[in-house]
Write a protein that binds this ligand. Structure first.
Ligand code: TLP
Length: 349
């Protein structure tokens, strides 16, 4: 029987709730007015994340979307083209903000969120062209959300960024799930961030914090980001209460990310044998499982509604695309139960 009170929530890794220990760290955090640069907890978080990413400075912002929007604002000019992987978050899940805030247009290249330096070179517009939009920025998402949590191959990231630098094009890493990419690849955060001018990481996803992302880059760019954050309404005051959750998570919630990856794999393997369901096991490299429903099956919204009835929450990301995301608030056993219920629902149709 479905657990009607507390469903197994696999809609996103954003649904986690702060643990009692994290809440305690938040309640006890020393704070000050961050707009005077006087919040010691925010300062510590920014410095720690900048160090982890091998960058000069960091800036705490309220969300991953704001981090991305600040990056677009700082690294492009109105009318610029931004090249990114297919189905990038910046292109599809930020309510049109890139066009509205920074006046950019997006060109998606490659497959499944990944692309090579050759793909990138082929897409770059010749500088000074009187008709084509100037390519101002290339952005990589690692791991790639709609690509099913795939890790962007680091050799490709290095080659793309080198090609961009040669062409005078800025580089940005949407690392909302960079901690997952590090756990999955065995590479350090600093190695993953190294080729990029500007990088963001989220605290509110796999790390289990209630709020926040951190942008990191050189001192001059981060100083400009402080102003952009203010312009976007994201400058905060005693935000050490929120930053404390991030510091807590760095100490307690990073090493365990491999458990989420094992749980995603468990779900994917369970579902891979279900007929009518298309799931590429090769893409299940981190904490995301994406599968597509063949035409003879009901659509994603119907499957998600059926799953909800059975006490399992998943996201209908497209008409025939379903996503399940593992995180620190679901156990291996819950993932097994969820996969079994999902398989039963799909097989019963
Ligand atoms: N992604 C959310 C939804 O918006 C789709 C999710 O549930 O996965 N970059 C990437 C790669 C993301 O996946 C997200 C959030 C963001 C940026 C934006 O972060 P927030 O939600 O903090 O604005």
């Amino acid at each position: 029987m479905a657990d009607a009170i507390e469903p197994i929530d696999l809609r996103s890794d954003t649904v986690t709730r702060p643990s009692p220990e994290m809440r305690r760290a938040m309640a006890e955090a020393p704070v000050g007015d961050d707009q005077y640069g006087e919040d010691p907890t925010v300062n510590r978080l920014q410095q720690r994340i900048a160090e982890l990413l091998g960058k000069e400075a960091g800036l705490f912002v309220p969300s991953g979307t704001m981090a991305n929007q600040i990056a677009l604002k700082l690294l492009t000019r109105r009318g610029d083209e931004v090249i990114l992987g297919k189905d990038a978050h910046m292109m599809w899940h930020e309510a049109g903000a890139g066009a509205a805030n920074s006046g950019v247009q997006f060109t998606a290249i490659g497959h499944g969120g990944l692309f090579t330096a050759a793909d990138f070179r082929a897409a770059v517009k010749p500088p000074g062209h009187i008709v084509l939009p100037p390519t101002g920025l290339v952005a990589i998402e690692n791991t790639h959300n709609l690509g099913g949590g795939v890790v962007f191959p680091q050799a490709d990231a290095v080659a793309v960024c080198a090609a961009a630098r040669e062409a005078g094009i800025a580089t940005y890493l949407d690392g909302a799930r960079l901690f997952n990419a590090a756990a999955a690849s065995g590479l350090s955060l600093a190695a993953l961030a190294q080729p990029f001018d500007l990088v963001s990481v989220a605290l509110s996803k796999g790390l289990g914090c209630p709020v926040g992302s951190v942008l990191a880059g050189d001192r001059v760019t981060i100083a400009r980001a402080v102003r952009a954050r203010r312009m976007f309404g994201g400058a905060m005051r005693q935000s050490g209460i929120l930053a404390a959750a991030g510091l807590y998570a760095l100490d307690h919630n990073v090493a365990r990310l491999t458990e989420d990856h094992a749980n995603a794999r468990l779900i994917a393997q369970w579902l891979a044998g279900v007929s009518g369901l298309m799931l590429d096991l090769a893409t299940v490299q981190s904490n995301i499982v994406i599968f597509r429903l063949e035409d003879q099956l009901p659509d994603a919204a119907t499957i998600a509604a059926g799953a909800r009835e059975a006490g399992v929450l998943v996201s209908a990301l497209g008409p025939r695309t379903v996503r399940a995301v593992t995180h620190l608030d679901v156990t291996a056993e819950q993932c097994r139960v969820a996969a079994d219920r999902l398989a039963n629902i799909i097989e019963a149709r």
